[in-house]
Design a binder for this molecule. Structure first.
Ligand SMILES: CCCCCCCCCCCCCCC/C=C/C(=O)SCCNC(=O)CCNC(=O)[C@H](O)C(C)(C)COP(=O)(O)OP(=O)(O)OC[C@H]1O[C@@H](n2cnc3c(N)ncnc32)[C@H](O)[C@@H]1OP(=O)(O)O
Ligand SMILES: Cc1cc2nc3c(=O)[nH]c(=O)nc-3n(C[C@H](O)[C@H](O)[C@H](O)COP(=O)(O)OP(=O)(O)OC[C@H]3O[C@@H](n4cnc5c(N)ncnc54)[C@H](O)[C@@H]3O)c2cc1C
Length: 632
């Protein structure tokens, strides 16, 4: 599935990219190693004439265990999206050659979600033609930005623009943080690392206090709005255009989610094919645990999710490219659509994979709790995806807000955006397409069920909101009264998007691939659809997209499809084409020698580098020999 990286051999021939040692690294070592890696990949890029795409794939091959993640994923894209052509000409070459190292400093100690409430100010001083940046109190300090702690020389700081006594809202400013001579913080800047996290500890997420730091007027990123020398504010685009970098990263999160769940399902499936435990027949040979229906039930959702997210990322990438090209030409028509779609899908993708990764970890039994299994470590790295770039609940609510607008248009007989075109249908004329058991094997029928459920969830919450407003509730309490249903409606829409992308991508592939391959993919797609209905059966029933009889058929078909997928499960994860050095798991090796690799990992454990531990001489010796213990 991943485009085969022709340079994989070159990459993994380097000791630096042989990852077995990382488990014992301290934070400082992880941090240093990550920077070392990015610089070496850059050298390899030059030495072997790699394209930017090759470079990006190299980073994926290393599971993003590299430095400068925010520099590459946010700082440079923010300059591209928020700066004028002159500003780009000045900063992009410096950033692209790592002569300046950047971060995206938006979140504060007191506020991450509510951007309107950010407290950092950039006050225009017309006497000196400068902005004065200030974080006025404890809660205003920037807190979380990646690479801010120890690395960044520059930050794109999001601050409230103040001219005279008027606040013109959040705008982006380029602020130099550290000297380019000796890396010391510049006057007025207090900066540091926020401390160890549950995962992703090679990244120095940081804090930043700005005490009246002066920057030239030209350092306001002015593609969407600017301040003239005489202090006039000129806005050339919607103020939401300054949120463009977040939209891009939300798209990337779908890809990161896909990458992590591919790792998890690969480890769980390969290991379950190796692991034997018990038997269903008295005295019979021990079974591969992958043959237990319960094990398949635990792991195959992550296999199906890997493919569903792959197809969804590909589809969303195309949608994004069209929207981005328009936006860069000054046409914001698709801004609302792409924001609504990506807010929801970012949340759905990260929710899905964090849940399924834990199932993968459990499916590896006790060994899944070992660091060497890597599946737990992957989960810890992935957990922040539900929070970064907008907490998932808040992102679902953004998606729901978009869906409400679309349904209002549909009800008024106006055109709606293509991804919500189903809202134009007559919801009451629906008849469930599954009228007998065998109908459940048709993914297009399942798609109709998903469509009806999403339509019904959106229509129902829209009606309830309308009712609350008409009963005298004000706008905000009517909204608060319906938040849970709004989130459910957004989830229903996102689940439909995944199913639709899966069905459509498999149909497209059917035209070019062998019938054998097509039938395997069709089976997985079918399973994805059946499983999604069963896990949210209450909502599908409530929406009357299915009845109890259909649920019974769908449940039976879901179980049948587990057995149908089983023979191809290992091949389906092998098809990810992930190198052992990418997956790094003792349990999930291609050669299937899980026990041998676990033992090798144990032998490398730093605790095992001496036979007798120092604690023996300090405590155990006297204890064992019955000597009186020294005062402890
Ligand atoms: C094995 C492989 C492993 C790989 C794993 C790798 C994992 C690595 C893990 C580490 C992660 C590292 C990278 C993380 C980087 C993270 C960076 C960040 O987190 S940066 C900070 C991000 N912050 C946010 O996302 C803040 C969230 N809040 C918001 O976006 C907004 O405040 C809001 C959308 C919640 C509300 O907007 P606001 O303007 O404050 O409110 P209004 O009500 O006035 O506006 C709503 C209005 O605006 C429209 N809108 C909102 N956003 C956008 C947008 N982006 N584009 C277009 N339009 C937008 C919205 O639709 C509403 O429109 P309306 O017409 O009024 O309905
Ligand atoms: C690993 C990591 C890396 C990060 N990197 C960066 C970075 O590089 N740059 C940067 O600027 N930031 C970064 N962040 C910050 C991140 O963007 C924020 O943490 C995120 O946007 C959530 O905001 P918050 O922490 O303020 O959560 P809060 O908004 O305080 O959320 C707390 C709870 O309140 C709920 N809630 C909040 N508002 C609402 C609402 N309106 N309606 C309903 N419920 C609500 C949420 O659902 C959540 O349950 C990073 C964070 C992490 C964890």
């Amino acid at each position: 599935m991943q485009k085969t990286f022709k340079n994989e051999k070159i990459l993994f021939a380097e000791p630096l990219f042989q990852c077995d040692g990382l488990a014992g690294f301290t934070r400082s070592e992880l941090y240093e190693n990550a920077i070392h890696r990015t610089l070496r990949i850059n050298q390899l890029k030059k030495e072997h004439n790699w394209t930017q795409e090759d470079f990006d794939i190299a980073i994926r091959c290393l599971n993003y265990e590299v430095g400068f993640v925010i520099h590459l994923s946010m700082f440079i894209p923010a300059i591209e999206r928020l700066a004028t052509d002159d500003q780009k000409a000045k900063w992009l070459p410096l950033a692209e050659s790592y002569r300046i190292l950047g971060t995206y400093a938006q979140t504060e100690l007191g506020h991450g979600t509510n951007l309107m409430a950010l407290e950092t100010t950039a006050t225009f001083d017309p006497r000196t033609d400068e902005f004065v940046l200030r974080t006025p109190q404890l809660s205003s300090m920037k807190w979380w930005p990646g690479s801010l702690g120890k690395t960044a020389t520059h930050a794109i700081v999001l601050a409230q623009l103040i001219i005279g006594n008027k606040n013109y809202g959040m705008n982006p400013f380029m602020v130099q943080l550290r000297s380019l001579e000796d890396h010391m913080p510049l006057p007025g800047i207090i900066v540091g690392d926020i401390g160890a996290k549950l995962g992703a500890n090679s990244n120095d997420n940081g804090f930043l206090i700005l005490n009246d730091v002066r920057i030239p007027r030209e350092n306001m990123l002015a593609r969407n709005s600017k301040v003239t020398k005489d202090g006039r504010y000129i806005q050339t685009s919607t103020n939401k255009a300054n949120y463009a970098t977040m939209v891009l990263v939300r798209l990337s999160i779908i890809r990161w989610a896909e990458d992590t769940i591919k790792n998890g399902s690969l480890i769980a499936i390969r290991y379950s094919a190796v692991r034997r435990q018990s038997s269903l027949q008295a005295g019979g040979p021990e079974m591969q645990v992958l043959d237990y229906q319960t094990q398949q039930y635990k792991i195959f959702p992550s296999l199906a999710a890997s493919y569903a997210l792959f197809f969804t990322y590909e589809a969303m990438m195309k949608e994004y490219e069209i929207a981005y090209a328009q936006i860069m030409r000054g046409n914001n028509q698709l801004l609302g659509q792409i924001h609504g779609q990506l807010s929801g899908l970012k949340a759905f993708a990260s929710d899905l994979v964090t849940y399924e990764l834990e199932m993968c970890r459990r499916s590896c039994g006790g060994h899944g709790y070992l660091k060497a299994s890597v599946v737990g470590e992957t989960l810890l790295h992935t957990l922040p995806l539900v929070t970064v770039e907008g907490d998932n609940t808040v992102m679902y609510l953004q998606c729901a807000r978009y869906l409400l607008k679309q349904i209002a248009k549909a009800l008024a007989g106006q055109d709606v955006d293509e991804p919500t075109s189903y809202l134009k249908k007559d919801i009451l004329s629906y008849t469930c397409p599954v009228q007998k058991g065998e109908h459940c094997t048709n993914p297009n029928y399942l798609l109709k069920i998903y469509t009806q459920r999403a339509h019904s969830a959106i229509a129902s919450v829209a009606r309830q909101l309308q009712f609350d407003l008409e009963s005298g509730k004000d706008q905000s309490s009517a909204f608060n009264n319906n938040l849970v249903s709004l989130v459910q409606a957004a989830k229903a829409h996102c689940q439909l998007c995944l199913m639709k992308n899966f069905v459509e991508s498999v149909s497209a592939l059917e035209r070019t691939c062998s019938e054998n391959l097509a039938s395997v993919l069709r089976q997985l797609c079918l399973y994805f659809g059946l499983h999604g209905i069963v896990t949210a059966s209450g909502e599908f029933l409530e929406s009357e997209a299915i009845g109890l009889q259909q649920l019974e058929w769908i449940k039976a078909e879901e179980l049948k499809s587990l057995a149908a997928i089983r023979p191809n499960a290992v091949a389906l994860v092998d098809a990810f084409d992930l190198h052992d050095q990418t997956v790094m798991s003792a349990l999930g090796r291609y050669d299937g020698n899980a026990y041998q690799h676990l033992f090798e990992a144990a032998k490398r454990e730093p605790m095992n580098q001496t036979q007798v531990p120092p604690a023996y001489y300090k405590y155990l010796r006297d204890l064992i020999k019955g000597q009186p213990l020294a005062k402890l």
